[in-house]
Design a protein around this ligand. Sequence first.
Ligand code: B12
Ligand code: SF4
Length: 541
Amino acid sequence: MRDVRSIKVGIISVFVDYHRRGQHKRGLLQPQAAPFIAGCLPLDADIEIVNDSWEDPDFRKRYDLLFISTLHPDFDRARQLSHYWRKRGARTVLGGTMASAFPKLCLPYFDAVVVGDAETTVPQVFDDFRHGRLRPVYVSSPYDARNVPVPRFDLMANAQAFPLALEASRGCTFACNFCVLTGLGVRYSSRPTRSVVHDILAAKRLTRGATRWWEWHKRKTVVFYDNNLGADHDWLGQLADELRPLGVYWGGPITFDALQNRDLMRRCADSGCLSLYTGLETFNPEALADMNKSHNVIAEVRKVVGDCRKLGILIDAGLLLNPVIDTPEYIRRIPALLAESGLYVPTFVAFESPIPGTPHFRRLAAKREPALLPNALLRDFTGYTLVTRPKRATVEEFTEAYRFLCGEVCSPRARLRKLAHDLPRLLSRGHLPTALTDFFDHWLDVPDYRPDADRSVVAGTDREPPEQHRIPFEPSDFHSDEERRLICDPWPVTDAEGHVLPQWLDNDVVFGAGGTVRAKAAAIQASSAPWPATGTYQGAP
Ligand code: B12
Ligand code: SF4
């Protein structure tokens, strides 16, 4: 059995720039899986976190045990990183939504794959590794708030804008068709509000040395990384009441029904809430119904945004374009609809992406006529490359309208109009911190999601992300050309006609009612057949 302190542990949150510029994304939201996983490990373990969206990994480093977290479209890079470090002696463990949805596909490229949550699995993985008995698949136990560790806020404090970052609940009560959570199984649990407060105080302590004197915002701002802070209105009200004495500012994601609850919003505002993000998705009722997102009420958007602003809460919203329902005419009207609602600038505009494993994906895959575009690669499923065939326009018309929309809503004019609209209203009511947040969000930290001119933004033909070739492999890292291909070539999802490849239809729902892990998921055994079936990749020694 190895001594805990002698094991060099790495945790990488993989990132590929979905605008395909090969840039880092030092925005306000950073992946929090790594500090969370670190919190599940012994306190005296030797742990290093690499936040790939903030900075490149140091390829000279050596690890004994490497945890890798990835979303679906970043999986090509996750596979490459795993191979690189396996060749250099590490054992690698994959977790996250892609691993949970498709463990059997992932397994050949990692030493172990984790299905579900980190709390109960990571300690087992670590213990098994110490004893030299790492198993291929680990499946989490049902969510239990008592198992949630204090994240190691200290280990990523320098690689994110707001280090006081944590989850207060897990899951969501809704079941939007496009959502990865729906694909994994609808579940929701909240933590006792006191333990959330406990973690915030711990975060302040742990990050004390990691901020400079002028970075007061880092010490005073809490960002919740929940899927939906407002799934239980009573609980959120209670959390707000408990946050109030802390004197912090806070923000997080929330569903529209909670924004409509005026009393709840007042309690949130009184407790320091400055901004809330909501998945508005669309102004098109037909598209909303198609997404199964009936909790959004389009006719109420202007009122809700205005009411929250009066309380000093800034509402940010993301938009999705539904290629099956939306028309170019509708897309071109969006800037006017955004202005009418008082939103002006959305957090992002993306194509509704049928992420493999979701109900939306399965529904499109089941169509007799291919509903997806030909030669779509897994890396195309970011929302910033079109993968669904538009139904009411040609691909060119649809992508043209998308480019027009991005140009309009990212323009300095749209941002100035937003600030000219909001700032007098906020300042006249004395909401200075919210006005500053608004200014920061819409002037200083605006992501430019206008696609570069040489991108097609269409699956199968879009520009390659530069990260695809950025791992410094040695020729000796591969036994054969075929092995190099299996590791380095991007994974396809559809064939040359747009039919979904069969391996993407073989996945199971993980979570059952009440957050239980379904028997089928719990019984997943190590796959003996590496994918692709013709491949000979047997894993690095
Ligand atoms: C921060 C964030 C981002 C960040 C960082 C992304 C990242 N890698 O996490 C940025 C801004 C880059 C981002 C972008 C996008 N995101 Co985002 N994002 C989030 C958010 C709000 C928080 C993620 C987080 O840190 N959670 C807290 C940690 C502790 O939990 P967790 O990540 O869920 O991990 C748990 C388990 O999965 C497990 N786990 C995770 N990794 C590992 C690894 C190992 C080894 C183990 C053992 C366990 C494990 O441990 C955790 C506890 O159980 C989530 C919503 C949410 N609340 O999860 C959406 C979410 C992940 N994003 C989502 C989407 C759709 C997007 C966008 C497409 C949105 C858009 N149109 O711009 C883009 C595209 C991303 C891409 N690469 O293609 C989806 C899922 C996408 C997917 N493919 O799985 C989510 C779930 C939101 C939703 N409900 O739809 N996002
Ligand atoms: S409300 Fe958000 S988190 Fe909940 S199912 Fe819909 S998209 Fe997913």
